[in-house]
Design a protein around this ligand. Structure first.
Ligand code: SF4
Length: 415
């Protein structure tokens, strides 16, 4: 959006005060994120009383025209119309015609609509470090708790030629890290039905000074080739993030997430940690899905410990209207969800401590994302601060961790 709007002559600011138009790109994955988003939209009209607000993303798709009642909201743009935002704004003009409208096209439209009308939408600014390259949109699975497919539609993939061209452009502009993103990147397929591995191989043929990071992967999409690539060989970051949600087969079946051979998945994740102890391994969990008994949760906890995730995100189950899980009879109480989330977080924190102590003996490579203090992220996904150094932004630095942690950043020195 930033790149397209800049190209169309808009001046884009990160500050809300003083803005003429504020674009809010929203999420709907839990009811908590929705209420936070609602509060945020209301707060904008206090910070910038004259600004016109455009709300887009999943919250806009979900609530549609009702959002036009919020103070200051001038446009609601669903996921199927996101690529038309510059056009919608310019047709409104300075006089404000077209204000007060909702654009909620069919979310299942072809790939061109999901990927900026098939145009190369490369990075808009040089000098930045990380570029998110959206390779895929939507999802063909229907997990019992998830609202995403009804807001983003079924899976479709960006045309490979467009992706290669955009990737090259990002590398030429000096981006050092390209993150492959999508709703479900493992469902990426090119016209010949080749998947993520083949796309990654094609990207890696592009010369340049960069690394590639995979965003979250569904466990069903893990292959031995992908795990080997994320073991840190070459330019793929030594980092895997897997949306396991639960590590108990009974809960997974209630979630409508059949992993096929569950033991094989466990073995794959366990051996990833064993073979590549320096690689980051993260996971998403849902605590307290309907039907999750205490014993089932203990199974998840035990398995998470066995695998040794180096970090994780824990979400309390959140009822989403229109999903199967929202009306399941055996809902888990909020107190129990809270206790289970805390137990999982405690375990993940303990694992992270072990992982960090292992890293002290090894150098890490970070890309400087901000100066003064110098901060960056390592390939294995450790946030690092180097207080004694003043490197330029977007440069590589070899560092050694020193043991202290400040504001979530591990303190390190240049080596
Ligand atoms: S695979 Fe992910 S995006 Fe697709 S339905 Fe399940 S949780 Fe939602």
């Amino acid at each position: 959006m930033r790149a397209r709007l800049t190209a169309d002559g808009y001046s884009v600011s990160d500050e809300i005060e003083g803005a003429d138009i504020v674009i809010v790109n929203t999420c709907s994955v839990t009811s908590f994120t929705e209420s936070k988003t609602g509060r945020f939209i209301r707060s904008i009209s206090r910070l910038a009383p004259n600004a016109r607000i455009l709300v887009t993303g999943c919250f806009a798709q979900q609530h549609g025209e009702a959002l036009l009642e919020y103070p200051g909201v001038a446009w609601v743009v669903g996921n199927g119309d996101k690529h038309r935002i510059p056009e919608i704004l310019s047709s409104a003009g300075n006089g404000g015609t077209g204000v007060g409208t909702a654009h909620l096209a069919d979310i299942d439209k072809g790939s061109d609509d999901a990927f900026w009308g098939g145009r190369v939408i490369g990075p808009g600014e040089s000098g930045r470090t990380r570029f998110s390259l959206k390779i895929q949109e939507g999802c063909d699975y229907r997990c019992a708790y998830c609202i995403v497919p009804s807001l983003r539609g079924s899976s479709r993939s960006a045309p490979k030629g467009l992706l290669i061209e955009t990737f090259k452009r990002a590398v030429d502009m000096g981006y050092k890290e390209i993150v492959l993103t999508g709703t479900h990147i493992g469902q990426y397929r090119d016209v010949n039905k080749s998947g993520l591995e083949s796309l990654l191989e094609d990207f890696l043929k592009i010369p340049g000074d960069y690394r590639v990071r995979l965003s979250s992967l569904d466990p069903r999409d893990l292959t031995d080739t992908l795990t080997a690539m994320a073991g840190g060989d070459g330019r793929v970051c030594p980092h895997l993030h897997v949306s396991v949600q639960s590590l108990c087969a009974d809960v997974l079946s209630r979630m409508g997430r059949p992993y096929g051979d569950f033991d094989l998945l466990m073995e794959r994740l366990r051996s990833f940690r064993e073979k590549f102890p320096m690689s980051g391994l993260g996971a998403d969990f849902i605590a307290g899905h309907p039907g999750e008994s205490g014993a089932m949760f203990e199974t998840t906890l035990r398995n998470a410990e066995l695998i040794g995730f180096t970090y994780g995100h824990v979400f309390r189950f959140s009822k989403r209207r229109g999903t199967k899980a929202a009306v399941m009879p055996d809902q888990v109480s909020e107190n129990v969800k809270t206790a289970r989330s805390a137990a999982l977080r405690e375990l993940l924190e303990k694992n992270r401590g072990k992982f960090l102590s292992l890293l002290f003996a090894h150098p890490l490579y970070i890309i400087i994302e901000s100066e003064n203090p110098a901060r960056g992220v390592s390939g294995n996904y450790i946030k690092v601060e180097v207080p004694e150094s003043r490197p330029p932004k977007n440069s590589w630095m070899r560092v050694a961790l020193m043991g202290a942690v400040r504001d979530g950043y591990c303190i390190a020195k240049e080596t």
